[in-house]
Design a protein around this ligand. Structure first.
Ligand code: AP5
Length: 221
């Protein structure tokens, strides 16, 4: 099963993706997480990507496509499929993904579009806190940790992502509209796009996502 989570920054893709990937035994590929890890480790990719991520711009397609190709090569045969979160983000990336999957005799089964308004997104990103150690995501109002500033799961320190500061959030939203939103039509034309109302509660979104993915599993036999 090949699943893509698409939608504006902060719509709640990551919050839903990790649980669904685990539940369905899908390899979870989140290009944003991979880039932040590469930047923290100062790898060659991280050094090239840092200025783009920190300013809210997209990292160039060739770097991202190479990264995803390497990640797919590492996953061969070990999972029932893949859940992509935050990739693809441009038409060039979408076409490259089609090619990478075709080389493996597979194709995208579904693209879930997390639909949320800019007002909701700004509120979600300004309250988001992330664990430095394990990457778990919290929200100061909607999903607060039990102890202020401390991860429930591993005890790590919670921090605010540099690109969640208001000016960079506005830039990420602009970049999404300019470069990523056209993917909605790209996948709608191929009958792959299913919209999820991402403004509902975390639990309601989870139920909607599971209903779609479980229906797909059933129809795939
Ligand atoms: P990336 O890490 O992919 O960021 P993003 O797409 O901007 O998405 P986010 O992680 O910010 O949001 P999300 O939808 O996962 O929301 P979350 O679940 O955390 O990319 C970062 C950067 O890397 C990009 O700007 C770019 O530079 C680069 N990059 C990455 N991929 C690239 C690519 N393919 N090509 C080029 N460049 C690339 O939720 C947000 C908050 O809301 C959390 O606090 C959460 O607790 C809360 N929340 C979630 N759901 C709900 C709900 N239903 N109700 C209330 N609160 C909720």
């Amino acid at each position: 099963m090949i699943v893509v989570f698409l939608g504006p920054p902060g719509a709640g893709k990551g919050t839903q993706a990790t649980g669904q990937a685990e539940r369905l035994n899908l390899r979870y590929i989140a290009t944003g997480d991979e880039l932040r890890a590469a930047i923290a480790a100062a790898t060659p990719l991280g050094k090239k990507a840092a200025r783009f991520v920190e300013s809210g711009q997209l990292v160039p397609d060739d770097l991202i496509i190479e990264l995803v190709g390497e990640l797919l090569a590492q996953s061969a045969g070990r999972f029932r499929g893949v859940l992509f979160d935050g990739f693809p983000r441009t038409i060039a990336q979408a076409q490259a993904l089609d090619d990478l999957l075709a080389e493996r005799d597979t194709a995208i089964d579904i693209v879930l579009y997390f639909d949320a308004s800019p007002e909701v997104i700004v509120a979600r990103l300004s309250g988001r806190r992330v664990c430095r150690a394990c990457g778990a995501t919290y929200h100061l109002d909607h999903l607060p940790p039990r102890r202020n500033g401390i991860c429930d799961r591993c005890g790590g320190e919670l921090y605010q992502r540099e690109d969640d500061k208001p000016a960079t959030v506005r830039e990420r939203l602009r970049v999404y509209e300019a470069q990523t939103a056209e993917l909605l039509d790209y996948y709608r034309r191929r009958n792959l796009l299913v919209r999820v109302d991402a403004e509902e509660s975390i639990e309601a979104v989870r139920a909607a996502v599971e209903a779609v993915l479980d229906g797909l599993g059933a129809s795939n036999g």
